[in-house]
Design a protein around this ligand. Structure first.
Ligand code: ADQ
Length: 481
């Protein structure tokens, strides 16, 4: 039976060696969370890195790890310590990640790291080729593997390959500064179908292909040499029912304990401390320092909210050996410390800050108990947290404040959209959100939920795969298949 081979940098399992034993956890992050439900359907093989370095493994541990990973229908690509440094932390996370998120001043490009990026992409392509059977679809994911589609195509010209980029695709003016711009575009164009979260990213890609490679672009189709490549947007959804149903179960439990969630029946009274929640990976693209500074600005501008509102920030540790991330962590710690030191009273701490991962149940409680969510990335491909917040609002109350720089803002237009650099606007919007009458909350949230509920992550994957299948019908005109 033909299968889908999912290829992503990380597997859905994170494996570590501790005291000569293996520790296995599910991976956190948007891509892993989204594709797990696709993989659960059973007709796929997932190829990626498990988080282990070659040097850490004794033969016994290696066999154990292999057994545990393959049991989950996953194939590990093993990386050396040097590859993790140069390909992953180096080229991918110090080069491509900041560049594609418009943080040009953070982007570093080193020839040695580029060579490692090429070599590791080849390792992934080889792993795919080893497991590829006739009729299989290959679905490659994200910025760490931009060269993989063409590497596979070089060896197997007839195979059907899809590529999805989970982060923004930058405008031509940004991409043209990149030393290996032709190579990454050619790498992606090894695909039959290239997907982005939004139409804007798609447009940026098409314009770069036209201007850098001089290929013919008609609507969303690119003619490159003897093939045609289709480009489209597929906004990723979430496992809506899982979030909604867990929130329903938690509320049923609260009712048993006679502590149901308080839902305002008019304009919110603010007689208890209200929480504003934010959840992200600790990443400079997520706007964490901006959020804290904007919240400080809000407390100064509207002092009547002191002791009435608490910002709860959950930040999951991420790429913590990259210097920019260490700097961000220090800056966040200092800002939280300074503001809590300045504003706290015996009964109130303005910012509750948690630097850790959190189990799923805890995430749901956080979403469900916060009347406001403040999601203000500086740039974000999509941002699933915003969608998860909407899905847990079972009483249709609650207000989502969302950065217009998140891909999700294109769909979630009934959220209160803000520019993450405009503190005045954020402060006014927080006030507006905290005072929003319940009727307006319900009307906005109701529309958001209606839009998100049917557009699940399963549908996203199914839409992508069926568009990929479609390419088989149009391509033979151009190819030798
Ligand atoms: P991320 O940058 O990781 O994803 P996001 O889309 O918000 O960002 O997804 C984060 C996921 O991790 C969410 O499902 C969330 O529930 C989970 N998570 C976050 N913090 C957590 C915590 N403390 N504990 C447990 N779980 C936590 C990348 C892109 C995004 C894009 C996704 C999917 O950067 O723009 O939306 O891929 O394509």
């Amino acid at each position: 039976m033909k299968k889908t081979i999912i290829v992503s940098n990380r597997l859905p399992l994170d494996v570590k060696v501790k005291k000569n034993e293996l520790e296995i956890h599910p991976s956190v992050g948007g891509l892993a969370t989204g594709l797990k439900s696709v993989h659960a359907e059973g007709n796929s093989l997932w190829i990626g890195w498990s988080g282990l370095k070659e040097e850490e493994l004794t033969p016994a541990l290696s066999a154990k790890a292999h057994e545990a990973i393959t049991r989950e229908r996953c194939i590990p690509v093993l990386l050396t310590g040097a590859e993790v440094e140069d390909f992953y932390f180096g080229f991918s996370n110090k080069g491509l990640w900041p560049l594609f998120h418009y943080f040009m001043e953070y982007a570093e490009f080193e020839l040695g790291q580029w060579k490692s990026y090429q070599a590791v992409n080849q390792k992934f392509a080889d792993a795919v080729l080893e497991h590829l059977e006739d009729g299989d679809n290959v679905w490659v994911h994200d910025y760490q593997l931009l060269l993989v589609p063409q590497m596979i195509r070089d060896k197997k010209p007839g195979v059907t390959i899809g590529f999805f980029l989970h982060i923004p695709f930058p405008s031509y003016e940004i991409l043209r500064t990149f030393p290996w711009r032709e190579e990454v575009l050619q790498g992606m164009l090894g695909s039959d179908l290239i997907g982005f979260h939004t139409y804007d990213y798609e447009r940026h890609f098409l314009s770069s292909v036209k201007r850098i490679l001089n290929y013919e672009v008609k609507f969303n189709e690119i003619t490159c040499q003897n093939r045609m490549v289709k480009v489209d947007s597929f906004p990723m959804g979430i496992d809506y029912d899982k979030f909604y149903q867990t929130a329903v179960q938690q509320e049923a439990q609260r009712q048993l304990e006679e502590q149901p969630l308080a839902v305002p029946d008019g304009t919110p009274a603010l007689d208890e401390v209200q929480t504003i929640v934010s959840i992200d990976r600790m990443d400079y693209t997520k706007g964490i320092p901006n959020r804290i500074r904007a919240f400080e600005y809000f407390l100064n501008k509207y002092p009547q909210f002191k002791e009435k509102v608490q910002l709860i920030m959950l930040a999951v540790p991420s790429r913590s050996n990259v210097p920019q991330y260490q700097k961000l962590k220090r800056e966040t710690d200092e800002l939280v410390g300074r503001i809590n030191g300045q504003f706290s009273t015996i009964n109130w701490t303005p910012i509750g800050y948690f630097y850790r991962s959190m189990p799923f149940e805890g995430l749901i409680t956080l979403y469900a108990t916060a009347p406001v969510a403040l999601i203000n990335p500086i740039r974000d491909g999509m941002n699933l947290v915003a969608k998860e917040y909407v899905a847990t609002r079972i009483h249709q109350d609650g207000v989502l404040i969302l950065s217009e720089m998140a891909g999700a803002a294109k769909e979630l237009t009934e959220a209160l959209l803000i520019n993450p650099n405009n503190f005045e606007q954020i402060a006014d919007t927080i006030k507006y959100a905290l005072e929003m009458p319940i009727e307006e909350q319900r009307s906005r949230m109701g529309i958001l939920q209606k839009r998100l509920q049917p557009n699940t992550v399963e549908k996203w994957a199914a839409d992508f795969i069926s568009a990929l299948e479609e390419t088989k019908n149009i391509l033979p005109v151009f190819t030798s298949r």
